[in-house]
Design a binder for this molecule. Sequence first.
Ligand code: FE2
Length: 386
Amino acid sequence: MSKKITSVDYGLEKIFEGAQDFLPLLGTDYVEFYVGNAKQAAHFYKTAFGFQSYAYKGLETGSKDAVSYVLKQDKIRLVLTTPLTSKSIINDHIVKHGDGVKVIALWVDDARKAYKETTSRGATSYLEPTVETDEDGEIIKAGIYTYGETVHMFIERKNYHGIFMPGFQEWKTDYNPPAAGLKYIDHMVGNVGWNQMDVWVKWYEDVMGFENFLSFDDKQIHTEYSALMSKVMSNGNGRIKFPINEPAEGKKRSQIEEYLDFYEGAGVQHIAVATDDIVKTVSQLKSKGVEFLSTPPEEYYTAVPGRLEEFSHELREDIEKLKALGIMIDADEEGYLLQIFTKPIEDRPTLFFEIIQRMGAKGFGAGNFKALFESIEREQAKRGTL
Ligand code: FE2
């Protein structure tokens, strides 16, 4: 009998054996978005994506300059933050980039050490180690800049027993839509400018101790019209994976270039969230109004059985259901994966989500890149940005 594979196996094993990991990361702590209207964004993530109300800070809790809603679904925590006055520097981020990811927070055992290790290796400081306390204990946080204006915060919470962080109160609501089966963040992708991919690959290697474990060049990632390059960076224990994309020359404008133009710089392109039942999750998201990229053509699905057979994997899902929902399938030696991509979730064609179910495969759907990019190009053509 073949080895039993489940999508939850992924992310818990060591991907590479290097020197001692100077930046041990326990996982993603939260992702913070700066948005124009956090109250409405929170409603959207609850209704459309099945996130649950979790914590809140705002005028009622003594926060005078900004309001934040924390939403939770299994291990995923999203923080949605909006400034309350024109004087807040958060406005500058929103004016320039639109709604987008400001902070990718990483859960650590020792935030002071994480800050020292990374800044001594060349990271630019965003926040010096800061202790925040309340009656439930203390949080230590520190931050460094990564690509664009995006930030990595190191969060040490081993001496904290309250809800989220000091300054927040539990957010209880009467409106609690059902969860959609989203379990954890599988990977988060950054788009950087021309010739910047290797600069940031080196930065993640030198400053964060990550390793480059997969690379795709423009010969692999291209369509008739456009191209991009991508390198996947992983931390020491393999729990954190950050692919980094840069545009490549093609006949028409790369989707990465479109992103960079509209985000006005480098930033987070997509957040991939894992589910154990993608058919159920995607059916629910669609019924709640989440928009996905168009379904790949018929020939795509005709080729799937052959692709799985090549690696002797048996598809456990009903291919007709996958096809009806537009879910894509990719396979490698170790298993297969199922994935689908939303359209951008704001008006600027910038950030989007990926829903992924891993059935042993550790890749990122390279076999789907062509079908995916053709589908993105159809959207670009509608926007007049191809
Ligand atoms: Fe992805």
